[in-house]
Design a protein around this ligand. Structure first.
Ligand code: AP5
Length: 229
């Protein structure tokens, strides 16, 4: 890992591979994955006030309001800052609106933590519905599999902790279609937002999982000037 830390935003439509690659980057670089979707789902499971506010938006394939998300992320980003003098993190699913992006800019400027890159996972729509309706997830650590493209060694069981895998409630065909429409309306404008910053890097999200990881690591190495082991 670079001495100055790896700080990434992962951008792309539902099913483009953000969570899959966040785990791979975390393993390779030690940067901490911060997935807003995982944090929200944990709050829904635990019945917290945050979970109660978020649940209906998530089940409908819409976005949780910006004020809820920004407040949650201010708390999350304080943790890596305290943990190291070279804070590293992978923002998986945040920001998702222009309002969230400008709140993130202000927060990182205050913390003096510039981003390393914004990775945009490019993907046509057609394979994404199949990817999401075939996804299996470990709710304990957020690790994902796919029934066909990335199956676990034993069906329904996580390779690492041996516990059960589940299918997400929002991975039904109809909700996936709504999530893709929400992405187009609310999140796609972030491509233009980051285009002029020099941070944006396009990644082929339709390549095989290992090939995508290799492309991502190549971008990181070029940006940090330090080869990832
Ligand atoms: P979130 O959990 O972030 O869901 P998402 O953005 O819809 O993204 P996904 O997790 O569905 O897709 P992914 O790109 O991570 O794909 P993955 O790697 O798993 O958010 C859920 C909800 O929470 C939102 O709808 C919203 O309501 C709310 N929310 C979250 N953040 C918010 C925010 N900032 N503001 C407001 N609301 C927010 O891959 C998918 C499948 O494909 C897997 O099975 C995988 O094995 C497979 N796969 C991955 N890569 C490949 C490949 N290269 N080839 C073949 N298969 C692959």
């Amino acid at each position: 890992m670079s001495a100055s830390g790896v700080r990434l935003v992962l951008l792309g439509p539902p099913g483009a591979g953000k969570g899959t690659q966040a785990k791979a980057i975390e393993e390779r670089t030690g940067a901490r994955q911060i997935s807003t979707g995982d944090i929200l789902r944990e709050n829904v499971r635990n019945g917290t006030d945050l979970g109660k506010r978020a649940r209906s938006f998530m089940e409908a394939g819409g976005l949780v309001p910006d004020d809820v998300i920004v407040g949650m992320m201010e708390g999350e980003l304080a943790a890596p800052v305290g943990a190291s003098d070279a804070p590293s993190f992978i923002l998986d699913g945040f920001p998702r609106t222009v309002g969230q992006a400008s709140a993130l800019d202000a927060l990182l400027a205050r913390l003096k933590l510039p981003l390393t890159a914004v990775l945009l996972f490019d993907a046509d729509r057609s394979p994404l519905v199949d990817r999401l309706t075939g996804r299996w997830t470990n709710p304990r650590n957020g690790r994902t599999y796919h029934a066909t493209f990335n199956p676990p060694k034993v069906a329904g069981v996580d390779d690492e902790d041996g516990g059960p895998l589940v299918q997400r409630h929002d991975d039904t065909h109809d909700v996936v279609v709504d999530r893709l429409a929400t992405y187009d309306e609310k999140t796609k404008p972030l491509v233009a937002y980051y285009a002029g910053t020099g941070l944006l890097a396009h990644i082929d999200g339709l390549a095989a999982i290992d090939a995508v990881t290799t492309e991502v690591i190549g971008v990181l190495d070029a940006r940090t000037g330090t080869p990832t082991p």
